[in-house]
Design a protein around this ligand. Structure first.
Ligand SMILES: [Fe+2]
Length: 177
């Protein structure tokens, strides 16, 4: 049960008694998702890191807070599936598009798009909430495939980092749904 209501009009409405179907998995609640605690951000590139919030190995999908403290780069890659993003702070964009995202800006990238993510120098770090369906396919300068990164690589990367910083690799498993 969340915080008790005081005078809210809905204060006498009871909660659903059996809110989960027998095979349903529990929800995920993470307070302060775009935290300033740097341990929680897993280095993804030399300049951009990721705080995992939700991971679906079966759907090859994950949600995260992507963060760059200053100028940042996620080099060119192609997405066979969609990507959603909501900008929390800072300034970022893709070299391939003419918009620049700042706090409050929403982005949807259609399946079949290649792009190069850049974060700008800004008084606040770039923080954006992303929903990504893998894989990312790394491209060389000619646009040819030179590697892939999917949810399994993401999980391995997160486990290694969390083990190293003392949070423990098992934390990552608590985000699986
Ligand atoms: Fe991307």
């Amino acid at each position: 049960m969340p915080e008790l209501a005081k005078s809210e009009f809905w204060k006498d409405i009871p909660a659903i008694p059996n809110c989960f179907k027998p095979d349903a998995k529990p929800e995920v609640y993470i307070s302060n998702a775009p935290t300033e605690d740097e341990k929680l951000y897993v280095p993804f590139t030399e300049t951009v890191s990721s705080r995992p919030l939700w991971i679906s190995p079966t759907e090859n999908r994950w949600c995260d807070i992507l963060m760059a403290k200053s100028a940042g780069l996620v080099n060119r890659h192609y997405h066979p599936h969609e990507v959603f993003a909501y900008t929390i702070s800072g300034k970022w964009g893709y070299l391939e598009h003419d918009w620049t995202a700042t706090a409050g800006d929403f982005v949807y990238e259609t399946p079949g798009e290649g792009h190069t993510l850049v974060a700008y120098e800004h008084e606040e770090p770039m923080r954006a909430f992303f929903i990504v369906k893998g894989p990312l396919i790394w491209l060389d300068e000619k646009g040819e495939t030179e590697g892939i990164f999917d949810v399994h690589d993401y999980i391995a990367m997160c486990r290694e980092h969390y083990e190293k910083v003392g949070i423990g690799a098992a934390y990552v498993d608590t985000l699986f749904r």
